[in-house]
Design a protein. Structure first.
Length: 318
């Protein structure tokens, strides 16, 4: 799987030289940035830490970057790490008391769900600065497109490839670290893990902060690429459900699973947009919810997990 990821990174980096239509470049950028957020979520989800609040971290990062640019003139190259840092800080403030008080399972998921909605409501309430439910647009670069991170599709493609490859590198590092073994033990039995010397809270905090950081990075870059921010698409249950769906549909136990799930999600989103347009505004969340239940019931390890099982099944039988 690692070799496939490296080969795919090289191929993706070379695609703009083939003169692809801008629409396909747009879909590719959206897929890679969504895959980064899904990869971040899967790092938590594979160890039993289910979060429905990653939209909160994305919203904080994206709006911080945009507000620093619009109000203070700070380049997105500065605003992006600042926004991601704030998103990670919010994840720490949310997760630490939960882990210390042993808020786990469904209760932890509900806490994160509430956090996402709180951030969305705050963005709407601060309409004088954020544009509220109407959204906001980062101002165009007065001089340098580079300083404003406004490159268009061809220029942003390589940023998306680099960010996506960075997410896979983090996955690879975590997967081969002792923390992965510790987190697997924690997901089975926290008390037993603590009894053998594993620092449960520290390990859970580490993976939560990394997960939140990757999700925030992908979401903020996506907002900067589109040059439009809206609380419904960057905070709350909508974006969180989309991330969860992508990770589960592709397979959160495989390095490339979230990427496959993100590609499936973007393709589904485009199909629904073309099919329904504005006639059925709630089509996407409804379909995501139905398919999420179906994947959990019939493909619990996702699309990639299903192919891996088919691949190894004959060998096991020999």
């Amino acid at each position: 799987m690692t070799r496939i990821a490296i080969a795919l990174s090289v191929v993706l980096a070379a695609l703009p030289f083939l003169g692809l239509p801008e629409y396909f470049l747009h879909l590719g950028i959206a897929t890679m940035l969504s895959a980064l957020s899904c990869t971040g979520w899967a790092l938590m989800g594979r160890f039993g830490l289910v979060s429905f609040g990653h939209g909160a971290f994305i919203g904080i990062a994206a709006y911080t970057m945009a507000l620093l640019w619009n109000d203070l003139g700070l380049s997105p190259w500065i605003g992006l790490p600042a926004g991601v840092a704030l998103g990670v800080a919010a994840a720490a403030l949310l997760a630490y008391p939960c882990f210390r008080l042993r808020v786990v399972g469904h209760y932890f998921a509900l806490v994160t769900l509430a956090a996402g909605e709180i951030v969305r409501i705050l963005i709407v309430a601060l309409r004088d600065h954020t544009g509220g439910s109407l959204g906001m647009t980062p101002r165009l670069a007065p001089d340098s497109a580079f300083a404003a991170m406004q490159f268009g599709k061809h220029g942003f493609w390589w940023i998306a490839v680099a960010a996506w490859a960075f997410g896979l590198l983090v996955w690879w590092w975590i997967d081969r670290s002792m923390s992965a073994k510790a987190l697997a033990a924690i997901s089975e039995d926290e008390d037993a893990a603590a009894a053998i010397g594993i620092r449960v809270t520290r390990e859970k905090m580490m993976i939560t902060l990394i997960s939140a950081g990757l999700a925030a990075l992908g979401g903020a870059l996506g907002a900067q690429y589109r040059l439009y921010l809206n609380p419904e698409s960057l905070a709350g249950i909508g974006i969180s459900l989309q991330i969860v769906f992508g990770a589960l549909a592709g397979g959160m136990y495989s390095m490339l699973g979230p990427t496959v799930g993100a590609a499936f999600t973007i393709a589904l989103e485009e199909t629904l947009r073309v099919s329904f347009g504005t006639a059925f505004i709630g089509a996407a969340p409804l379909v995501y919810g139905i398919l999420l239940v179906l994947f959990i019931l019939f493909l619990p390890r996702g699309i990639v997990g299903w192919f891996e099982r088919k691949r190894w099944a004959p060998r096991v039988g020999r």
